[in-house]
Design a protein around this ligand. Structure first.
Ligand SMILES: [Fe+2]
Ligand SMILES: [Fe+2]
Length: 160
């Protein structure tokens, strides 16, 4: 990143990178979790749910992209070793249920991931609001999306 771009970051850059990396890993795992659930599910509601899971899966990948760009901008590296993604993440990964017709479980698990992301990003927004405006804006944008996602899934769950 440019010198002035670095200068305006009042927060500790290593700490910022550490937080961004955790979020980056979370987004990749959410992307994979939703994508795999979309492939796996079966039953009457599966056809309605599948496109929603696929769409949100792609949204999480776009989130990972934004985080990757900010990490690189700050002079860091996104997780290069795929095997380290889980250990780097904060919210983790939930595998699809054994029973592919258990749509309720799939949605509950997605909601757990979204809720973890909302809490995490809200902390990040508060943490970097005055110390790293660019990182703050990345987290703020993601937070808004995850709040929308949660609402959408809660509506789905209510209809089941
Ligand atoms: Fe996300
Ligand atoms: Fe999300």
């Amino acid at each position: 990143m440019g010198r002035t771009g670095r200068e305006i970051v009042k927060a500790d850059i290593n700490e910022v990178l550490n937080d961004l990396l955790q979020a980056y890993a979370d987004e990749w795992l959410a992307h994979y979790q939703y994508w795999l659930a979309a492939q796996w599910i079966r039953g009457i509601d599966a056809d309605t749910l599948r496109p929603v899971l696929m769409k949100q899966s792609m949204d999480e990948l776009k989130h990972a992209e934004k985080l990757a760009q900010r990490i690189i901008q700050l002079g860091g590296r996104p997780v290069m070793d795929f095997a380290k993604l889980l250990a780097t993440s904060r919210c983790g990964y939930i595998a699809p249920p054994e029973d592919p017709t258990d749509i309720k479980r799939v949605i509950e698990d997605v909601l757990k991931s979204e809720q973890c992301a909302i809490r995490f990003y809200n902390q990040m927004v508060e943490k970097y609001r005055f110390t790293d405006v660019v990182t703050y804006e990345v987290f703020e944008e993601l937070l808004e999306d995850e709040v929308d996602d949660e609402e959408e899934w809660e509506r789905f769950l209510a209809k089941l």
